[in-house]
Design a protein around this ligand. Structure first.
Ligand SMILES: Nc1ncnc2c1ncn2[C@@H]1O[C@H](COP(=O)(O)OP(=O)(O)OP(=O)(O)O)[C@@H](O)[C@H]1O
Length: 648
């Protein structure tokens, strides 16, 4: 659960007048209390709502001060449902989609009646809710959404002359291309030079980093050619791990540029670091009042960003800043509320089509006649959706060839195509293995040789070797708890290794314990998601330390007592694996249970599959796979519609 009671209430109660009214209402609503409490207790008992939803419902009823008991009850029930939806990471409650979730205990009237009640002055004055186009929001989330839209539409970076952009494109790509299909990387570079905001979406290995490095080179050249100062460029990612991987990819990509440009950043940081996180606070040092001093911001792994964080990041950008969002819109949505990146990308509907005028310009700037064809022009119906032109999909994977099982499996899952997924899983392929009726013991046996090798390298004191072996293979689970959860898998793997005499003794810190950091520690430069290995390096007299990869020093170590929050890492959750890749991935799904709704969705399975660079091994029963591919993560929000000015 990610929205806690305190934050639900604290951000919505403006001040003392409200507090005063809260105590008066305690008395005013006491008449309704009995019925209301009975209904809420019953909903709680039947697990239709959580304790936090119940508390918020009572609070909302008290705040709205309605004399009519039925109206008061409706406010409470709708508030409970909205709170429950927030707990499932929806941004708002779509009133028209309410399908009697509390029946038979309580039945909602039609959506028009609910909307009418929430439009009443008494309810509006509470400041708790915002109703917009039949979507009911907690005020705070409505404002986040509005702020994101205003900023994405409102950034106004320097416009460069088209001739200068074309010059840069020529330097980057040389002669015109007569290919039948446009090169979308090239098109993305031209687009980002024209637009203040560019959203570049693509699966693994589609060249997002390659493209963004070219964009930054072009922007730096363009600024300097116009006699402007060198732009201040920053690159960020949501986690330390993703930032480190981006730094690595960027270093590789800059060597392929037409000329060296010292202005390009090689180091990427986390969003929290850029904004200036304050310990114990949800507010940052940089915000709307104290903006960042930057000209260009690149945000990688944007699918991991939740709505509040994106709103805070955008608030801190100066008006003239250019923004480039990169990510894979098919990956798991953020752990917290919203799915902002996929909401934004959904505007484009997977098709690279542009307003005809922009399409012709892009074709000219990138010297791609094919791009001028009618099929890449938006239909008249969609041309009014302004922001749609800021989005582009990279479609060709340079990592997986067309026949790779991993690539095909990812494609089939994305398309929600159960039959094709089954076909890829069952066909004989070198890079895919499926165990449809696997027991836990079999899973542990399958992973054991990998960890035995790992422990042998650790025993030899070879730090670099240990990291190399560890990164070859990763066990991914869906959740922490349960038989197939990370906690149990870690325990089971550790026990088997102990029995095989690969782990010596039962101390908490033993040689060969892989760990993952689970919080940010700025002092020790350790970040959520960083991976460490407990071991003693050769020549260090057996002293156990925890080693981490370090961009400057290669590897560095800390004493176990210096570690921030961490956990054992034989297995990690798929959520935590975002932003990382491994040669081989072993993923397990909990068994399907007839009659119990599936919780694993296609985004989760796709994220697991695409963490594998070379080989993917799945342990899951057939029904669990079918259920996952069929289930799509859809989070209610009004972002896409608001971005088009309601024209969608
Ligand atoms: N147009 C291209 N021609 C040839 N190779 C390319 C091209 N674009 C990308 N590559 C290569 O494909 C690999 C993946 O590219 P890149 O890292 O840019 O993709 P990405 O989308 O950022 O990947 P990730 O999934 O890691 O985020 C790199 O080795 C890169 O050099």
């Amino acid at each position: 659960m990610t929205v806690d009671n305190k934050s639900l209430l604290s951000n919505s109660v403006p001040g003392t007048a409200m507090t005063r009214r809260y105590s008066q209402n305690k008395i005013a609503t006491s008449a309704t209390n009995t019925e209301l409490r009975e209904v809420l207790d019953s909903l709680l008992q039947h697990q239709k709502i959580r304790e936090i939803d119940r508390s918020f419902a009572v609070f909302a009823a008290q705040q709205s001060n309605l004399q009519d008991n039925q109206e008061s009850l409706l406010i409470a029930m709708t508030a409970a449902l909205l709170s429950e939806q927030l707990g499932q990471q929806h941004v708002c409650l779509e009133l028209s989609t309410i399908k009697q979730p509390f029946a038979p205990i309580y039945r909602f009237p039609d959506s028009a009646q609910i909307a009418a009640l929430f439009s009443r002055a008494e309810v509006a004055e509470t400041g708790l809710f915002q109703l917009s186009q039949a979507r009911l929001y907690l005020s705070r989330y409505y404002h986040y959404e509005q702020d994101i839209v205003a900023k994405l539409n409102g950034l106004s970076a320097t416009q460069f002359p088209e001739t200068a952009i074309k010059d840069c494109m020529d330097k980057l790509y040389g002669k015109p291309s007569n290919d039948a299909e446009p090169d979308w990387q090239k098109t993305a570079v031209a687009l980002a030079c024209l637009k203040s905001v560019a959203v570049i979406a693509g699966g693994p290995g589609t060249g997002k980093t390659t493209t963004v490095v070219r964009i930054l080179w072009a922007l730096s050249q363009l600024s300097q050619a116009q006699g402007q100062h060198k732009p201040i460029i920053k690159m960020v990612a949501p986690t330390g791990k993703a930032a480190a991987r981006l730094s690595e990819s960027v270093s590789g990509a800059v060597s392929k540029l037409p000329s060296q440009d010292d202005n390009l950043p090689l180091e990427c940081s986390t969003i929290h670091r850029l904004l200036g996180a304050r310990p114990g606070s949800v507010f940052f040092r940089h915000n709307a009042e104290h903006k960042l001093n930057i000209d260009v911001l690149v945000v990688d792994e944007a699918s991991m960003i939740d709505m509040p964080l994106l709103a805070k990041l955008l608030a801190a950008l100066p008006q003239h800043c250019r923004l480039i969002l990169l990510g894979d819109s098919h990956q798991l949505a953020s752990v917290e509320v919203g799915s902002v990146f996929s909401d934004i990308c959904s505007l484009k509907r997977g098709e690279n089509q542009f307003n005809p005028q922009l399409q012709q310009l892009l074709s000219h700037l990138s010297q791609q006649p094919a791009l001028a064809e009618k099929r890449y022009a938006l239909s008249a119906m969609h041309t009014r959706q302004g922001f749609i032109d800021n989005i582009i999909y990279l479609q060709k994977s340079w990592r997986f060839d067309a026949n790779s099982g991993v690539g095909k499996l990812a494609q089939a899952i994305n398309a929600g195509d159960v039959a094709q997924t089954m076909q890829v899983l069952t066909a004989s392929r070198d890079d895919i293995e499926w165990h449809a009726s696997a027991a836990l013991a079999e899973f542990i046996r399958a992973i054991l040789p990998h960890f035995e090798t790992f422990h042998e390298v650790v025993a030899a004191g070879n730090v670099a070797g240990a990291f190399e072996v560890l990164s070859r293979c990763q066990v991914l689970a869906v959740q922490r708890s349960g038989k197939w959860g990370t906690l149990n898998l870690n325990k089971q793997i550790q026990r088997v290794l102990l029995r095989a005499d690969k782990i010596k003794g039962e101390a908490e810190f033993y040689a060969g314990r892989p760990i993952m950091i689970t919080s940010n520690d700025y002092q020790n430069r350790l970040f959520n998601g960083d991976i460490g290995i407990v071991m003693s390096a050769a020549g260090e007299d057996g002293l156990l330390k925890v080693w981490f990869a370090d961009t400057e020093q290669g590897y560095r170590s800390l004493l176990p007592a210096q570690l921030p929050a961490h956990e054992t890492l034989y297995a990690m959750t798929t959520h935590k694996s975002q932003g990382s890749e491994f040669d081989k991935v072993l993923m397990c799904l909990p068994e399907s249970v007839p009659g119990v709704p599936a919780r694993v969705n296609r985004e989760l399975l796709y994220t697991g599959v695409t963490r594998a660079k070379k080989e993917f091994v799945l342990f899951a029963d057939e029904q669990a796979v079918r259920n996952a591919v069929s289930l799509q993560c859809l989070r209610a929000s009004g972002l896409a519609k608001a971005l088009t000015g309601g024209a969608q």
